[in-house]
Design a protein around this ligand. Structure first.
Ligand SMILES: *Cc1c(COP(=O)(O)O)cnc(C)c1O
Length: 427
């Protein structure tokens, strides 16, 4: 597989390099030089998830990794299902939250972890990240138990929800969680100091495993195929998919799936009040505004970092941006749609509810609609309970971790202490 830097096409890298490096020169994103196309989509859709995903990812990765190894990575990463549940006759929810941290980011995170381990040639790697809650859990669970990779997660002590803390600070093994006496910004500053420290970086094989890594997108392509596999064949050319979007990685993956031959008719990019993209698609003006806090806080992004990949794909495929539908929902509208879904016996959470709303508004008479449900309702229990006047139960994995002991160590905000800690870990 060959990828180029969108900002500087002369910089090209292999899959292994792209996974290890994350970003190219000038913070440029990597993009595949060639997008393979499948001829017989129905044959592909008749395969089980792991076998089909192996085909898709092998076509992308090419001969850089043997197919048997790709199969192994996929089997390790995709250990849970992505069921399609019908809400109405023509509107279906693709549930992407059945992984260990109950969010769709488990797909990308787990495949990235497996890929990084596979291309690192047994060299020691230390993943260092700061979290204010969610990302920490996804990273911790994705890398848990992977050989030669240590994960260190910093978080502000007492400033994340007790349940969130339980979800990722109870694993042990190669997952090291540090409660810092400070703020989230203090944690991020120390992470930055570590990456600026060249000697430290090389000694412990520092890696950020961040959200921009191409391996995440590649994994996410696979569940769009899984979605269509669950739609009867005669309806497959009428499918419209609504994607709740923040950094637009999820939508990028869907569009790449379409470029690979998956017959998705069109996409709807759904945002909350942070609606830079819907406004841009309507006016042609890219005018990010100050980010505002909403019920769907994983989408509180006003400068989506994957957008350049979408523009690049449209340019490459000769598609017009006007073909991309979009829309926004504010908090009151989100709550309204969440309530409507509950009245139809479908328990959702704010992110999925926004995608449902735009889909229901924009679905044509002959079309079949899918909206992506990116998180388990219990992950947003506070808002869901308040809107629906309910007390929804904790699902198994969360309840299990809630019972376990915290294994975090504590540190003051002091880079020299963190530095010594990191060196000691990888010694
Ligand atoms: C990350 C996230 C999103 C947004 O996905 P992007 O790929 O950043 O657009 C939506 N919903 C939930 C629950 C998320 O965690």
């Amino acid at each position: 597989m060959k990828l180029y830097n969108i900002k500087d096409h002369s910089e090209t890298v292999s899959f292994a390099q792209a996974v290890k490096q994350g970003l190219g020169r000038g913070q440029g994103l990597f993009f595949p030089e060639h997008i393979p196309q499948f001829e017989d989509i129905d044959a592909l859709l008749s395969m089980p998830l792991v076998e089909r995903s192996t085909e898709i990812l092998s076509a992308l990765i090419g001969d850089e990794l043997p197919k048997s190894q790709i199969h192994e990575l996929v089997a390790q990463a995709f250990t849970f299902e992505a069921p399609l549940k019908s809400v109405t006759e023509r509107i279906h929810a693709l549930e992407l939250f059945h992984g260990p941290t109950l969010a769709f980011k488990d797909f990308g995170g787990r495949f990235m972890a497996q890929s990084l381990a596979a291309v690192s040639d047994g060299n020691k790697i230390t993943i260092l990240t700061a979290t204010s809650g969610d990302t920490g859990a996804a990273v911790a669970h994705a890398f848990y138990g992977i050989e030669n990779i240590n994960v260190v997660i910093l978080y502000p002590k007492g400033k994340i929800s007790p349940l969130q803390e339980k979800l990722f600070c109870t694993l042990g093994g190669n997952i090291h969680t540090v409660a810092v006496n400070g703020t989230f910004d203090d944690c991020q500053t120390m992470v930055k100091q570590a990456f600026d420290d060249k000697e430290l970086r090389q000694t412990i094989g520092l890696n950020s495993a961040n959200s921009i890594n191409i391996s995440r997108l590649m994994a996410q392509i696979c569940y769009y195929f899984e979605a269509l596999a669950q739609i009867p064949q005669y309806k497959r050319d009428q499918v419209v998919v609504a994607v709740p979007s923040g950094n637009f990685g999820n939508l990028t993956a869907g569009l790449i799936a379409k470029a690979m031959g998956l017959p998705i008719k069109r996409f709807i990019a759904a945002t909350n009040a942070n609606d830079t993209v819907p406004r841009y698609l309507a006016s042609g003006q890219w005018q990010p505004q100050t980010t505002v806090a909403t019920l769907s806080n994983a989408m509180d992004v006003s400068q989506p970092n994957n957008w350049p990949r979408i523009e690049e794909l449209f340019r490459r495929e000769g598609w017009a941006l006007s073909e991309l539908a979009s829309g926004r929902a504010d908090d009151a509208q989100t709550a309204e749609s969440l309530t409507q879904l509950a009245e139809q016996d479908y328990l959702c959470e704010p992110h999925g509810a926004i995608a449902y709303r735009l889909l229901a508004q924009q679905l044509g008479e002959e079309e079949e609609g899918i909206f992506l449900c990116t998180a388990h309702p219990a992950k947003f229990k506070e808002s869901v309970d308040a809107i629906l006047h309910k007390d929804i139960p904790l699902p198994g994995p969360l309840a299990k971790h809630a019972q376990m002991d915290l294994l975090s160590s504590e540190q003051e905000t002091d880079f020299s202490v963190l530095r010594a800690y990191l060196l000691n870990l990888s010694a």
